[in-house]
Design a protein around this ligand. Structure first.
Ligand SMILES: N[C@@H](CCC(=O)N[C@@H](CS)C(=O)NCC(=O)O)C(=O)O
Length: 356
């Protein structure tokens, strides 16, 4: 009998076919039908590492700014701008949170990429739950959207992307800047007065916010990636120690303050939250950040539930995309691409921090 083989396996197969082989390979086809990734080294997502095995994050390239008065050439307008996000990605997640908190759902549209990332980059499909087609440019790959903005673009294809439907280009692909724009430049389009008044980067707290961002980014937000993507023991040891040093430092702050810089939520909390919500689900196991879990830190755990329970926040969190993306996309970390069962965590239990 002729076995039905995926083309990638036919090309690499060197053994003899037995009944046992047939059963295994047929199983793989079934896996493919269920939209799982079939290992194929040609399209494997490659992690950028230094010669010392350290993860090296590339700098974002598109850095234009939208302003309320239009002085930058990009005027804030309702319906003009569009986000491309991954629900799995902590950086893209930041932009969805600020869009939600500021009530900009009507003003700024968005598309969601497939949670599976391969060597060709992010793709768009409506064949998986909560993934979308590209409703603006009709592209099936994020790469093509980048090439529309700059045909010579040769850097990494990352999300989030803030797209200008009028100028047909990428305004910005750096989440820390996109959230600043959404926070301050779209106040004419917020759904409610309360949302218009909400300021996640208030003048009076800028120094404190900048200060915490300055160490939380390398130690925690990017620290988990530096741990998980390390390809040498030395690089991992340095990164993972910093992650837990950073979490200990946050734990101390949160034993005194409800939020990172006082009694109000700011962008510093949004930026930390998107890492914390992924931590016990993914980073503990997949990125080997397993010295402690967030649920082991009394203040961090209460704080995480506190932020999660902010109205609207839950709509921005998708655990299916989060777990599947990391575990299935990073073949070098998880060659079987098996998605682990994950811990039972209830983020909805009372946190008691409202009295702080
Ligand atoms: N500095 C960027 C980082 C964005 C980023 O690295 N996104 C990841 C997803 S979590 C990505 O798209 N990676 C694809 C790649 O590097 O090829 C930001 O904060 O916006």
């Amino acid at each position: 009998m002729r076995p039905v083989l995926p083309f990638s396996l036919l090309r690499t197969w060197t053994g003899t076919f037995t009944k046992h082989t047939f059963i295994q390979l047929t199983d793989l086809s079934a896996v493919k039908r269920r939209n799982m990734a079939v290992p194929n080294s040609k399209t494997e997502f490659k992690i950028p590492n230094s010669a010392k095995g350290e993860f090296v994050r590339n700098k974002s390239v598109f850095r234009e700014w939208i302003t309320a008065d239009g002085s930058s050439g990009y005027k804030s307008e309702s319906g003009r701008y569009h986000l491309y996000v991954s629900l799995a990605c902590p950086w893209a997640h930041r932009t969805l949170i600020v869009r939600k908190l500021k009530g900009l759902e009507q003003a700024i549209s968005y598309d969601v990429v497939d949670w599976f990332l391969d060597g060709e980059g992010w793709s768009l499909t409506d064949k998986k739950p909560n993934c979308t087609l590209d409703t603006v440019n009709g592209c099936s790959r994020m790469r093509d959207i980048y090439l529309k903005a700059n045909p010579d673009y040769a850097n990494r294809i990352t999300v989030p992307v803030l797209w200008d439907k009028q100028k047909k280009t990428i305004v910005n692909n750096e989440s820390s800047e996109i959230i600043r724009m959404l926070n301050s430049e779209f106040n004419d389009f917020c759904a409610s007065e309360k949302q218009r008044k909400l300021d996640c980067y208030p003048e009076s707290l800028r120094k404190e916010i900048d200060e915490v961002n300055e160490w939380i980014y390398p130690m925690i937000n990017n620290g988990v990636y530096r741990s998980g993507f390390a390809t040498s023991q030395e690089a991992y040891d340095v990164a993972v120690r910093e992650v837990f040093k950073g979490l200990d430092r946050v734990e101390d702050i949160l034993s005194k303050n409800r939020y990172l810089t006082g009694s109000n939520l700011t962008e510093a909390d949004v930026r930390l939250f998107t890492t914390l919500i992924r931590f016990d689900m993914v980073y503990v196991g997949h990125f080997k950040c397993n010295k402690k879990r967030i649920v082991d830190y009394p203040n961090l755990w209460g704080y995480l539930r506190d932020v999660y329970q902010i109205p609207g926040m839950v709509d921005t969190v998708n655990f299916e995309h989060i777990t599947k993306h990391y575990m299935a996309s990073h073949e070098s970390i998880n060659p079987s691409r098996i998605i682990s069962i994950g811990p039972d965590i209830d983020f909805t239990t009372p946190h008691g921090r409202d009295t702080m």
